[in-house]
Write a protein that binds this ligand. Structure first.
Ligand code: ADP
Length: 381
């Protein structure tokens, strides 16, 4: 039996989950929790990640701990697999801070604190970008001056890799087919959102790029836009770049269009006739459809489309609207199957449809735990 602690440190939050993993059989979640408002000036809030983690760990049964798995957002070009943390790995994650200025410092704080509090326990970094290191040069290269791109690391890295990995694997299992024979488009629709074309288990295209800003419309991020909008806002509106950064990352997407980033509220307002909510919904779903079309073309043959994460798993209206009108591509959603309150992995396309449309709950924490165990066992994860 192994015991693994998974840590996901954000800039002001800490999520943890503790798993017991028997040699055979299902893993058990022993404890799970979230600490928020870290470093915010709120009464009772922890001052920093060290304090938050120390407090969380004092309640956890950590005897017999095998390893700690850390979610690390940016692994750059360096990490295509999870890495056993040592000083060199810490330095490499630190070198990637310019590419992920919000995420990597928080992830590093979690690693440093866990190393200090749990000396001798192996720590493993699991990267959001790693699954996308299989992208071909044609898929990962931005068409800008090659020397500039090389010098500054301008490259499509892609994110949400642990989710796309586990969800594409579970889709193949749901369909009862070997992973290497199944081509899937995975749609991770949470607060952040990304699409991925997975060919036989390998990522060949993904919608997030240098940063998590590109691609689908998200809760607070714009996703794709004409880069000239940034110059226009700078020149004509006189906005400093930091403000434009904030606008596109925190005040755009659903919140920018309709004033709300929670899809549940958006759907309620849309049903009540709110026009801004209806437009936001249409822009959101249309963008998903565009990516489905593009990735179908990239894959050539498509076996499955899988929805996952908060919106993907829970919003039938989004699933139906995003794939509406694609019948001639073999893509259809069965209304009764789509609307069931069922929670597990399931197929929602009509029986015998050429493309299986699926809903598969993601489990990034478990994916991190199992990759961590793979590293500790010395095998490929
Ligand atoms: P995160 O990216 O923060 O991990 P999640 O995957 O948990 O996010 O997704 C969060 C989003 O899921 C919420 O903002 C909300 O819009 C959406 N969501 C959760 N439950 C529902 C639901 N029942 N119907 C529609 N949307 C939902």
């Amino acid at each position: 039996m192994s015991r693994v602690l998974v840590l996901n440190c954000g800039s002001s939050s800490l999520k943890y989950r503790l798993f017991d993993v028997p040699a055979t059989g299902e893993p058990l979640v022993v404890a799970t929790g979230t600490v928020e408002q870290i470093g915010e000036r709120v009464p009772g809030a922890p001052h920093d990640h060290a304090e938050a983690l120390a407090a969380a760990m004092s309640d956890l049964p950590l005897d017999g701990l095998t390893a700690v798995g850390h979610r690390v957002v940016h692994g750059g070009l360096m990490f295509s697999t999870p890495a056993l943390v040592d000083d060199a790995v810490v330095a490499a994650i630190s070198d990637l801070v310019p590419l992920a200025p919000l995420h990597n410092p928080a992830n590093l704080a979690g690693i440093e604190v866990a190393r200090a509090l749990l000396p001798g326990i192996p720590q493993v970094a699991v990267f959001d970008t790693a699954f996308h290191r299989t992208l071909s040069p044609a898929a990962s290269t931005y068409a800008i001056d090659a020397e500039t791109a090389e010098r500054y690391g301008i490259h499509r890295y892609g994110f949400h890799g642990t989710s796309h990995a586990i969800v594409s694997r579970r889709t193949a299992a749901l369909l009862g087919r070997p992973l290497d024979e199944v081509n899937t488009i995975t749609l991770h629709l949470g607060n952040g959102a990304s699409a991925c074309a997975v060919e036989g288990g390998r990522s060949i295209a993904t919608s997030m790029g240098l940063s998590p800003l590109e691609g689908l419309v998200m809760g607070t991020r714009s996703g794709d836009l004409d880069p000239a909008i940034i110059f226009h806002l700078h020149r004509v509106a006189g906005m400093p770049f930091a403000e434009i950064d904030n606008l596109l990352n925190r005040r755009s997407g659903l919140v920018g269009l309709a004033g709300v980033n929670d899809m549940r509220t958006l759907l309620t307002r849309r049903a009540a006739g709110d026009r801004a909510a209806a437009l936001a919904f249409d822009v959101y779903c249309r963008r998903i459809r565009s990516y489905v079309g593009a990735y179908y073309a990239e894959l050539g043959r498509l076996d499955a489309i899988t929805f996952t994460a908060g919106v993907g798993e829970n919003a039938p209206a989004v699933r139906a609207a995003a794939l509406a009108g694609l019948d001639r591509l073999g893509i259809a959603v069965d209304p009764a199957r789509n609307d069931t309150p069922e929670r597990g992995a399931r197929v929602i396309s009509p029986p015998d449809a050429p493309v299986a449309v699926c809903v598969v709950p993601t489990d990034e924490e478990w994916e991190i735990a199992s990759q961590t165990l793979g590293v500790v066992a010395g095998g490929a994860a």
